[in-house]
Design a protein. Sequence first.
Length: 267
Amino acid sequence: MDNTVLLEDLDAFAYREALASGEAVVLIPVGSLEQHGPHLPLGTDTALASRIAVGVATRLGALVAQPIAYGYKSQQKSGGGNHLPGTTSLDGASLVGVTRNLVKSFLGQGVRHVVFINGHYENYQFLYEGIDLALEELGLGSGSDTSVLLLSYWDFVSADTLARVYPAGFPGWDIEHGGVLETSLMLHLAPERVAMERVIDGPAAALPRFDRLPVVPGRTPPSGCLSSAAGSDAAKGRLLYEQVVGDLVEDLATELWVAPMGLAVPA
Ligand code: ZN
Ligand code: MN
């Protein structure tokens, strides 16, 4: 298949050619299988990370690997909790191990840069640990011209976009679970997977400043969402998607010194 950015669709000879340039960049989307209330699919985090990765890779001339479609345990204060049906998670050690395996495999094959695009809040430190262990095993110290980058896509949402998406005030990234950001992005990217008539509108979750284990299930709103998805629409999703992908392309191009279509390489 020509012109695909998806590794799963690429043939081995085309992949070998991409590696031979010495400049191959592979993006790995990371998500979860996690309840997102009655209106969004369990695969929301994986779907959003994957779609953003494809948007970035297309403009950057990068490749997109199979996503890591399971994530670290959902936590009550950021994802409603791991006790909820549908939420199907990995132990920290498992996610660290998968991450470590992937970094070693891709860099071992000659990929120049690996970029993890995270879409599930709880994953971040385990991805970091897996990357760090892999680099240690590969003997790649500071100053190497091979690298691994790690990011969560919401960290690229600009203040201006936030003000337009949340005219009544931003509730905070930790409780943006099944709320306006994820729902609007899904309405733009995969509207057939969203059931807006099933949105449960209510106040944002009020959670303590500590974590309690085992969780007190009653502290999670009955919807499973931590803030309301009311007010989500495809136009907000489009704004979020275009702005985040644009900023990601710009940052990655600058950092990795590759020339994306339509962007100049920094001098
Ligand atoms: Zn989510
Ligand atoms: Mn999540």
